[in-house]
Design a protein around this ligand. Structure first.
Ligand code: PLP
Length: 448
């Protein structure tokens, strides 16, 4: 093969890239606000914000200007050589917004790295305290915490986990509170307690002195489809972790940065986790960025006990942090937290109305603009769909052809649900709902 620096032009060319499969997607031309256009000028409404990333919408000139300004000043400054204002400012602003005593920030480039960092910090904290026997991190099934081997070990998502299981240290899992499918006659409060108590049972089974932490998504992401637990669940989990001296880690990679209508979802329940991971909406797709936020009572002993043995080349990258600061400015200036709450409630109500016409919508749920619909065979009987039919995947494909982007994850492997995520940018306005609801209604009719 001859070497050339020039790629062939046009989107029908053979691809040198590869992702999950051989399937190809249209070539993006441009994106603005909640809309995207491919090179054939077909318009799409981005009702999943990519993978729940583009929280403030696409191509906001304020973020572009801030990133350009940073590039003009210094495109890169390695953290072991220089501090940079963009990272320092963003750390202060995150510490102000983070719950309770979470005030020390460690920047990374994505969600998996943020989760890896949480595990490493928890472990080194245990070592600093002389608790070397604490090695286990309990997580939930189903759940998603990332694709790198450490984060994957915590992930309760069989299709991604299974091929690598023999290569990973097995971490204990408890069932996530998939309450809406329960047919017991417990109240919500009791159900919350029932699921939280599974954590206590697992801690006792493992031996409390061996457990380092418990990690959970406060509102389930793509693996569970925006599952919100009863209030009692969150409070009981916090109590159990306190009782056994186990670190409570909130994975807010998807829920953080405003998507649920509060900057961090933990605020909905007044819970302060011991360590928190955030990414996706932090720089809202303008740059790869994530963060771990922890209190000084955990970070301090680690720094004083040989230092934090962990780090990435791009940690505290000035360009990514400049994007993060500008995204925060946009969230504040445009009142996007309030909009995520109000537009989210309004869109959820509209999806509820859609459910009146489709008995295959078993549930409409979520918080703010982290919303999902659950597909079942028939809501009245609550019979679930045969996973072989891939209903959610087919719905997503039909909708995509109609110019509506919604999000799906394969739910095989133990979980009974079949859901589709509907999570438009926090900048969406009610007059744009029709562009989601119209094609969604048509796609559901086609699916039936
Ligand atoms: N944690 C949660 C809750 C997520 O939703 C994701 C991604 O979807 C991750 C972690 C991993 O993030 P990334 O894909 O940026 O590595």
């Amino acid at each position: 093969m001859t070497h050339t620096d020039k790629a062939p032009v046009g989107h029908n060319r053979e691809s040198r890239l590869f992702y999950q499969s051989r399937s190809r997607r249209p070539l993006i031309d441009r994106a603005k606000g909640v809309y995207m256009w491919d090179v054939d000028d077909k318009r799409y409404i981005d009702a999943s914000s990519g993978a729940m990333v583009s929280n403030i919408g696409h191509s906001d000139p304020r973020v572009i200007a801030a990133m350009n300004a940073q590039l003009e000043k210094a495109s890169f400054a390695y953290r072991l050589h220089f501090e940079n204002d963009a990272a320092e400012n963003l750390a202060w602003r995150l510490a102000e917004r983070a719950p309770g005593d979470l005030e020390r920030v460690f920047f990374v480039s994505g969600g998996s790295e943020a989760v890896e960092s949480c595990i490493k910090l928890a472990r080194q904290y245990a070592l600093a305290k002389g608790d070397a026997q604490r090695t286990k991190v309990i997580s939930r099934f189903p759940s998603y915490h990332g694709a790198t081997l450490g984060a994957l070990a915590l992930t309760g998502y069989t299709p991604m986990h299974a091929p690598f299981a023999p290569m990973m240290v097995d971490q204990p899992k408890i069932p996530a509170p998939t309450c809406y499918l329960d047919r017991d006659d417990l109240t919500d409060h009791e159900r919350g307690i029932k699921y939280a108590n599974m954590l206590e049972a697992e801690i006792l089974k493992q031996g409390p002195e061996t457990v380092l932490g418990f990690i959970m998504e406060p509102v389930g992401g793509a693996a569970t489809g925006a599952l919100v637990a009863p209030d009692s669940y969150y409070h009981r989990i916090r109590k159990i972790c306190d009782h056994y001296g186990i670190l409570l880690i909130y994975d807010e990679v998807m829920t953080g940065a405003g998507r649920t209508g509060k900057y961090f979802a933990a605020e909905h329940w007044g819970i302060t986790p011991d360590i928190l991971a955030v990414s996706k909406g932090l720089a809202a797709g303008y740059a790869p960025l994530g963060a771990m936020i922890a209190p000084d009572r955990i970070v301090g002993p680690v720094l004083d006990h040989g230092g934090f043995i962990h780090g990435y080349t791009y940690a505290g990258n000035p360009l990514a942090c400049a994007a993060g600061n500008a995204v925060l400015d946009v969230i504040d200036e445009d009142g996007l937290l309030e909009n995520a709450a109000t537009s989210g409630a309004a869109l959820k109500a509209e999806l509820g109305k859609l459910a009146d016409d489709f008995t295959m919508i078993g549930d409409v749920r979520g918080l703010g603009l982290l919303l999902a619909i659950e597909l079942v065979k028939n809501r009245n009987t609550m019979e679930t769909l045969d996973p072989k039919h891939m209903a959610a995947a087919r719905l997503v494909d039909i909708a995509y052809d109609m110019g509506l982007i919604i999000y799906w994850r394969r739910t095989r492997g133990g979980y009974r649900g079949d859901h589709v995520m509907i999570c438009p940018p926090m900048s969406i306005t009610p007059d744009q709902f029709a562009d989601i609801l119209g094609p969604l209604r048509a796609a559901l009719s086609d699916l039936q």
